[in-house]
Design a binder for this molecule. Sequence first.
Ligand code: FAD
Ligand code: SF4
Length: 571
Amino acid sequence: MAKKMPKTDVVIVGVGWGGGIIASELTKKGLNVVGLEKGQERNTEDYYMVHDELRYAIRGELFQDLSQDTLTFRSNDGMRALPMRQYGSFLLGSGLGGAGVHWNGQTYRFLPYDFEIRSQTIDRYGKDKIPEDMRIQDWGITYDELEPYYDQFEKMAGISGEENPLGGKRSDKYPTPPMLHSPQMKMFKKATEKLNYHPYTVPSANLSEPYENPDGISRAACEYCAFCERFGCEYGAKADPVVTVIPVAKETGNFDLRTHSWVRRVLHKDGKATGVLYTDVTTGEEVEQPADVVVLTSYVFNNVKLLLNSDIGRPYDPSTEKGVIGKNYAYQIIKGSATGYFEDKKFNNFAGAGALGMVIDDFNGDNFDHSDVDFIHGGYLSLTQTGNRPIQTNPIPAGTPTWGKEFKENSLRYINQTLSIGAMGASMPYKQHYLDLDPMYKDTFGDPLIRMTYDFREQDQELAKFTATKAKEIMEEMGADHIDAMEELGPYDIRTYQSTHNTGGVIMGADSDTSAVNNYLQMWDMENVFVVGASAFPHNSGYNPTGTVGALAYRAAEGILKYNKDAGMLA
Ligand SMILES: Cc1cc2nc3c(=O)[nH]c(=O)nc-3n(C[C@H](O)[C@H](O)[C@H](O)COP(=O)(O)OP(=O)(O)OC[C@H]3O[C@@H](n4cnc5c(N)ncnc54)[C@H](O)[C@@H]3O)c2cc1C
Ligand code: SF4
């Protein structure tokens, strides 16, 4: 028999960016909120003087423990899925702040095209441009409607940046100026300007200068220490939930944060959620937390897993295309890139920051004419300087053996003599790509794991080849002596790191037949459940996702406050 806690206004499952923003916005308005986080408490002090690549980047101290919970993967539904037992393609967050603690901080807005992708693609190119099994749909919200929430997220996090010349309209400039420009960033800028493109500085959550946000939270400027991606920031300079929104929620006295609390079910009766059931992982005790509103902010895979294991919503069936939970899983196509080797130039590649770089959007969204290419959308092209580290960074020209004397010589030689231009290709949804419950494999508590069915498609192959060609062209202009550019994308490989940009599964839209949540991220099938995160994206854009996750979290918080006053489906 589970221990029963007193009822609260709102219970939040998972306290990363999504959960932290919701907690801060609701508690400021006087609601009582319980935050349940399955991982441990985290603080800036945890990272003082521990630039330890082995501990954080390789052994992944901040990531979810895959021996407790993981997912299974297969390329298509004719195959048997197997569990992901080691980290590769993406790195799942765990603990207070979630993946927001060890992210890079590259903080983009999606393009207006993204939110109306289906209508705008058909308007410009006709229906035949969309492949028969591709399932793009409009998001049920426009860029202009979401813009104020982007602005709110950027001001809270103190994003450092300059206007994207090809982006949507902004109501205000970034709260802090762009990051410093290193010599290689200047080379990228010069080369792309020469090619008549439109470079701008990567919008960064690594602060360019000290900043106090509208909640009164002050943070120090970035030290360009280069131990950023996969690490926590010892200066508090990188915006993460632990140094921004969570202290604001705690300060109100209305936030009851419980770490080591693994939620296993959303409880419901007569079509409404009544609370959640969780296990205290330190004692093994089962606890029921009753609540008026349940908010899932536990990342794409866990949001879907919790809904399916709790029998909430209509599970997606790829054969009939009926149901919505698990549908439109998408990822990111980042391999269409190029690396340049410079024989007589050296760069300080060991210095950097998670979100230091220059970028162009000339081949992103519908910013160029797609009439003569076999794909829709596109991606940004960027040169980032996130900091080369001794174990993981071994740039070697193609054809070098991957071990032995020649490998060592080349890797030492080129560590400071290579530059890369990367692409962040958009990923479209297909009727065959989805998330469901694995029929065989279970987590540490015996609950079915999430199963992912996904592969790269023709669209992805074409898009990656296109971005690789453009990356090579820019690298040539930058004067590299030798360039290795991607030639074939090949099939999706879950073993090699690409990005933690998984999307879909609980998607938003204007129509309850084809989406799981409305544009406040309120579930069509259970009005007092809100599902927040990149799980709401109907496709993934040619950008990193978290700016849009943050904007949607602010929008959802506003929805929950409205719902708290006046229950029912929000319009
Ligand atoms: C190395 C790395 C670099 C990245 N860099 C960038 C970048 O530069 N730009 C960008 O836009 N994005 C980046 N991302 C992605 C970014 O980190 C995520 O988009 C973002 O953190 C997602 O926030 P979230 O709150 O939705 O989920 P998460 O941060 O994953 O938080 C979910 C939380 O829920 C908890 N949880 C899960 N299940 C349960 C349960 N059953 N019960 C209780 N708690 C639960 C988890 O422990 C976790 O703390 C990066 C990610 C990684 C890993
Ligand atoms: S690079 Fe800057 S933001 Fe990133 S961890 Fe170092 S000091 Fe912090």
